[in-house]
Design a protein around this ligand. Sequence first.
Ligand code: MLT
Length: 295
Amino acid sequence: MYKIGTLNKISPVGLAHLSDKYTVSDDISEANGILVRSQDMHEMQLPESLLSIARAGAGVNNIPLDKCADAGIVVFNTPGANANAVKELVLGGLFLAARNIPAGIAWAGTLTENVGKAVEKGKSQFAGTEIKGKTLGVVGLGAIGVLVANAAADLGMKVIGYDPYFSVKAAHNLCSCIEVKEDVKDLLPLCDYISIHVPAMDSTKGMFNSELFALMKDGAILLNFSRDKLVNEANLLTALEAGKLGKYVTDFPTDGVLNKENIICLPHLGASTAEAEDNCATMAVEQTMDYIENG
Ligand code: MLT
């Protein structure tokens, strides 16, 4: 019997793929494989019995990769399994920003009488713009970035991509209508919206900083559905205050960005759909069984 330890709630649909050679428990002390979502594992004592950690999601920044490599513990993620869910929320983010939806909803909630008349009188303060015909820059063309780029092109946006590690698979899946730049600095000045889809690593930490903000169009809108650490927060706030950036839409609120003008915060909902949770857990379970049984 192999032992699977779970951290966080792992979808039962995924766990159902474990064969009868496996037992599942939330006690990881003797686990051969761990299934994890976003729990921070950096300070955790890993058991001697551990062969693999599967992250039911894309980002692996909650897993101590160096420590695992030293101990010979293999780490998997589930690339693509939640990509559609994230893509759909990024599209939501574009509309939230373009149409001033959060501010409009908040204002409507304050109305108390003659609501119909008050709405018609006051609505012009929230008039927005359409995304059709606007330019979206997609920085990072992995599983999620490619879906975002294609969907935005389908909605009538002009889309430009950038990825220093642009893969053959991504090139195959990306709509031929999307131009791919070789340098992010060539993409930024052209975009009304910029969506970040790069992993959080030491080399990408704070990559969106004052130098890159300075290259953007005045009033550009930045969407971050990847990780908070990719954006230099102090530089971001300065760029917003100066009007260099028009809005920041993030799925990773921090103390510094919450409840600030022109910042729209979502509570890390990108992959929080029933479908994505099932897909990620299924992929994580299948990879774990394959590795434990076949190496
Ligand atoms: C991911 O890394 O896959 C997403 O941010 C969702 C998550 O962390 O669960």
